[in-house]
Design a protein around this ligand. Structure first.
Ligand code: FE2
Length: 252
């Protein structure tokens, strides 16, 4: 993957600037603190559709300390089926592609489990949520073990959110572990520090994808329209937009 600077020289302009995939949502009904029921899920999908989203990664929280992978997959299947039936009842099957996955919180000994069923379906991409506290050496070790034992590619969830928890040296440590994909929130583009951080990832040539981390229709809705608007605000933002588009192409 070229970094953003090399794209500026050699890249060609795209006719449309649009991010068609939401890589992080809590749209599946009754799975976690996201959509409460199928109707909320349907309304969330409508909002995503209005933003031009074609596919959403459905990534309910997964906590290894409270549930087995097997049980989670069974619950998720029930939730997927309920949503599919609801959409069908409204004649809206196929409104948006839904790719089931999980948002897996990094815990000690997580690497001892087979995490491949939690990857985004049809891929080896695992959305991994780092703990909201100071970075510790066990995290690097656990991430490395997950990569080597499960053969997954971690997508680090809302990496911009850890600016308040991690030191610069912690991020350097994370960057050195592996070739991650970094997921930033749609909200990141309106905060100066998060935007600067995201530009930094692009300058290093790291792959970046965007997710809304939507949970409902009101307080944490799918808000890609806002992200699209902010990313088209000026020339450098548009370059970042184009870079993220290239990173996202073909992943899902
Ligand atoms: Fe989330």
């Amino acid at each position: 993957m070229k970094n953003i600077a090399s794209m500026e020289k050699g890249g060609k302009e795209r006719k449309t600037l649009k991010l068609p995939v939401d890589f992080h949502t809590h749209v599946l009904p009754g799975m976690d603190d996201g959509a409460k029921n199928t109707d909320v899920s349907r309304k969330m999908l409508h909002l995503s559709n209005q933003c031009g989203i074609m596919k959403v990664a459905a990534t309910p929280h997964y906590y290894a300390c409270v549930e087995s992978v097997e049980n989670f997959i069974i619950r998720r299947k029930v939730s997927e089926n309920a949503l599919a039936e609801h959409m069908e009842a409204f004649g809206e099957t196929g409104l948006i592609g839904i790719i089931p996955g999980a948002e897996v919180r990094l815990e000690k000994e997580l690497s001892g489990k087979d995490l491949s069923p939690l990857c985004l379906k049809g891929t080896n991409l695992l959305l991994l949520e780092l703990p909201y506290r100071s970075y510790s050496p066990w995290m690097s070790e656990e991430i490395w073990n997950i990569i080597s034992s499960c053969g997954v590619v971690p997508v680090l969830a809302h990496i911009d959110r850890y600016l308040g928890f991690y030191k610069k040296s912690d991020f350097s440590e994370i960057f050195s572990i592996s070739d991650f994909i970094y997921q930033t929130d749609t909200d990141a583009f309106r905060k100066k520090a998060s935007l600067k951080f995201t530009f930094g990832l692009a300058e290093k040539g790291f792959r970046i994808v965007v997710g809304s981390d939507c949970h409902d229709t009101k307080y944490r809705p799918p808000n890609f329209d806002e992200a699209d608007r902010l990313l088209q605000k000026n020339k450098s933002n548009r370059e970042l937009f184009r870079y993220i588009q290239d990173c996202s192409d073909g992943l899902l």
